[in-house]
Design a protein around this ligand. Structure first.
Ligand SMILES: [Zn+2]
Length: 436
């Protein structure tokens, strides 16, 4: 008995799929059995159940729903770029079932009421689980601390002034101590503004040639070093956002070897593209941290492969077409990522031999869930049926009219990627199905 996509029953099977979990892609075909929103069973071969409607997933990989630790949904304040609902649609299309949102909205997410508001808006949209972070300082102004305890009670999963660094080392040190008591991480946007100044791209050959103000690597390295040392003295959990330099990778590698509680993420664009992409002055390659040099790209990708960097996180940062048509130095920083992350990961990491499929999927699901203590990323009996089906060989061209996000500012527009999400399920409910 087959079931139709139009009406997904409360109990069903997906058969003929390769299961991908715990860092390994199964060699033999298997099945997933879903019942009342949970995983009833899974394994290789054909399930020993009768009368349960089945979908033939021949050729597809079945993996835990992806978990993004770094997304900017622009609500409240800039709903023309992205709302919680449109961001959740983009997430579902990309195979994500859990998303951690950044607090640099307008106004900022700096109190428990705002945390509750985001969680409620996410529930209304019903397409993915929203886990908000709160800001370290009120209004992200870098002065004083917000009420961490209130926000954690309301559902905040960490604190950050992302978009801006916490420049004051004393404030960062206190933030780490308080967050540690509450059992949540501080996420650092590691950037020393006094070094980076008004830079708009990586400082190197291309910035000199293009006549644009560069952002030196040292601006990131120094900031990562400071925060690692502050985490050392408090023993707190520091999570380094969007690592982009080889120096930062090395600092994190050493800190981990010393047993510090440091975790880190890298974005799809930093493991794939270098600063030469800015050569035509297209703001679609303008983000912060910027695209670096080939050495950095390799070091970040290798860091992800060897576990120095724990996970792939999108830094999904939507902006309107109008803003991204400004001159390079005037345009805002940031690119979208939720809908292209899997394709970029497969194209640039798996198909190049840097890591295998099992490891990539782990970096996009189980590991981010584990390091942020989120109830997600598990493809196991009894777990919520949050999962994704994808075709690892399907090639597609990234096109502007193909996005669910309200914004189209992707660095990969026009590129052919390999690997595309076929369907995403949240608690056994279909949240995305590819119609192509
Ligand atoms: Zn950031």
């Amino acid at each position: 008995m087959e079931w139709s996509w139009q009406r997904i029953p409360s109990e069903f099977l997906v058969t003929g799929v390769k299961l991908c979990r715990r860092g390994k892609l199964g060699k033999r075909k298997g099945f997933l059995h879903v019942r009342k929103g949970r995983i009833e069973g899974l394994g290789v071969g054909i399930p020993k159940v009768e009368g349960v409607p089945a979908l033939d997933g021949e050729g597809l990989i079945c993996a835990p729903g992806f978990v993004d630790l770094h997304a900017h949904f622009r609500e409240p304040g800039h709903e023309e770029k992205e709302t919680i609902a449109s961001g959740c649609k983009a997430a579902a299309k990309g195979g994500y079932t859990s998303v951690v949102t950044m607090p640099n909205t307008d106004p900022a997410i700096d109190n428990s009421g705002m945390i509750r508001y985001l969680i409620d808006r996410g529930r209304e949209a019903g397409l993915c689980r929203i886990h908000p972070t709160g800001s370290v300082s009120p209004g992200l102004k870098g002065q004083g601390m917000t009420e961490f305890g209130d926000m954690v009670n309301a559902g905040a999963v960490g604190f950050t002034d992302d978009g801006m660094p916490v420049e004051n080392g004393g404030l960062m040190s206190n933030a780490l101590k308080y967050a540690d008591v509450l059992g949540v991480p501080i996420i650092t946007h590691a950037e020393d503004k006094s070094i980076v100044g008004k830079g708009c791209m990586h400082g190197g050959y291309w910035s000199a040639r293009l006549g644009l103000v560069g952002m030196a690597r040292a601006g990131e390295d120094v900031a990562v070093f400071r925060d690692v040392e502050l985490a050392r003295s408090s023993g707190a959990h520091l999570h380094v956002a969007h690592v982009s330099t080889k120096g930062a990778v090395e600092i994190i590698r050493r800190a981990k070897a010393e047993g510090l509680r440091i975790t880190a993420e890298a974005t799809p664009h930093h493991i794939s593209l270098d600063h030469s992409r800015c050569r035509d002055y297209s703001p679609l390659f303008k983000m912060n941290p910027p695209l670096r040099e080939a050495d950095d790209v390799n070091a970040v990708a290798e860091g992800l492969a060897d576990g120095t960097i724990d996970c792939l996180a999108t830094d999904h940062a939507p902006h309107t077409d109008t803003e991204k048509e400004y001159q390079f130095d005037q345009a805002p920083f940031g690119v979208t990522g939720l809908e292209t992350a899997l394709g970029v990961g497969i194209t640039y990491l798996v198909n190049t031999g840097i890591m295998d499929m099992g490891k990539l999927i782990q970096c996009m699901s189980e590991t981010p869930a584990r390091i942020f203590n989120l109830p997600a990323g598990r493809l196991e009996e009894g777990a919520e049926a949050d999962f994704v089906l994808f075709d690892p060989e399907r090639q597609w061209v990234v096109a502007k009219d193909d996005f669910q996000s309200l914004s189209h500012n992707s660095s990969f527009l026009g590129e052919t990627l390999t690997g595309r999400v076929t369907a995403t399920f949240l608690g056994g409910r279909l949240t995305w199905r590819d119609q192509d």
